[in-house]
Design a protein around this ligand. Structure first.
Ligand SMILES: Nc1nc2c(ncn2[C@@H]2O[C@H](COP(=O)(O)OP(=O)(O)O)[C@@H](O)[C@H]2O)c(=O)[nH]1
Ligand SMILES: [Mg+2]
Ligand SMILES: [Zn+2]
Length: 296
């Protein structure tokens, strides 16, 4: 009998597939191995299973086309990527947030920004950071797991969706997820992070059923590597550049050294946030270095 399901976890050659709420332990059928295949958490698959058999075991026979995917962390078919950073402890970094946003834009995954530890932060700082991203039409939630601020609206927003939480470690991803979904306990805190580091579990993403959808904690990806991106592609991942690019004299324009540039004008006029342009320059340099390194 062939059924369809969702890969919620994988471990050393086994794939755990959610078929109508039953977790079936699967291996991959031989014919798939002969062709090249990749299987990610979040993949929709077809499995063969003998319903007469008591054990929940099956064979994956095919993978359905992906809507989107990320490679680090490895996860497919997300409805939302929740980009998490603390306002303080550790201090909010515009560069890290902008790198995460570039990654999400490139993958074509809708974004939700979550700023944590509001209880420790100056409300003016929270407002300053949030307004930069809200102006770019990124939905931004300011939360505190300690006071409960913003938790219930976040919980409502994630219902029925497949979402992954990403961001540097120590910003409160697991704590926020525990507050959103109290029944499932995820390990939190710096000490436990250290213990988990280097183990197989940290490299892989696991989907946990939540309110008609799924939630995924990730091991944290603060150090976003963008080795598969070219500097020329970067501008298209900054949505606020689109409307002002018409004023650039050259096309394509790198928005860096060209004398007449709509993006640079918009930064000067305060229409584009200075922090965003600074991130653009830094990421551009990094991508340029990668490109030169790869050429060598
Ligand atoms: N004051 C305060 N501390 C928090 C909050 N959220 C998380 N923390 C603390 O920040 C540390 C890191 O949290 P954790 O969830 O493990 O971060 P993760 O690495 O992103 O999953 C822990 O010591 C948490 O108790 C919050 O909203 N307020
Ligand atoms: Mg964590
Ligand atoms: Zn330009």
């Amino acid at each position: 009998m062939v059924k369809s399901g969702l890969v919620v976890r994988s471990y050393s050659g086994y794939y755990y597939v959610d078929c109508d709420g039953m977790i079936v332990t699967c291996k991959v059928k031989g014919h798939m191995k002969q062709n090249r295949f990749t299987l990610y958490t979040g993949d929709r698959v077809q499995i063969e299973r003998n319903p007469a058999e008591e054990k929940a075991e099956g064979m994956i026979v095919s993978v359905l086309p992906r809507r989107n995917y990320l490679l680090r962390p490895t996860v497919a078919n997300l409805d939302l990527i929740v980009l998490v950073q603390a306002l303080v402890q550790p201090d909010f970094s515009y560069l890290i947030m902008d790198k995460l946003l570039v990654m999400a834009e490139k993958a074509g995954i809708p974004v939700l920004i979550v700023l944590t530890k509001a209880d420790l932060a100056d409300p003016a700082k929270a407002e300053q950071v949030a307004s930069i991203y809200r102006n770019l039409h990124y939905e931004t939630h300011v939360i505190s797991a300690k006071t409960g601020k913003g938790i219930s609206s976040l919980r409502e927003r994630l219902a029925g969706k497949v979402s992954a939480f990403g961001g540097p470690s120590g910003v409160g991803k697991s704590t926020a997820l525990n507050a959103i979904q109290p029944g499932v306990t995820r390990t939190t805190g710096e000490i436990s992070n250290k213990i988990h580091r280097g183990r197989h579990t940290t490299r892989f993403t696991e989907l946990t059923p939540f309110n008609g959808g799924y939630l995924a904690d990730t091991p944290g990806f603060g150090n976003v590597l963008m080795d598969h991106m070219l500097p020329e592609e970067l501008a298209s991942c900054f949505p606020e550049f689109k409307t002002v690019e018409a004023d650039c004299k050259f096309s394509p324009c790198s928005h860096i050294h060209e004398p007449v540039c709509g993006v640079k004008d918009a930064v000067k006029a305060g229409k584009i946030a200075a922090s965003r342009y600074t991130s653009y320059l830094e990421i551009y340099e990094e991508l340029k270095e990668n490109k030169e390194r790869n050429r060598r």
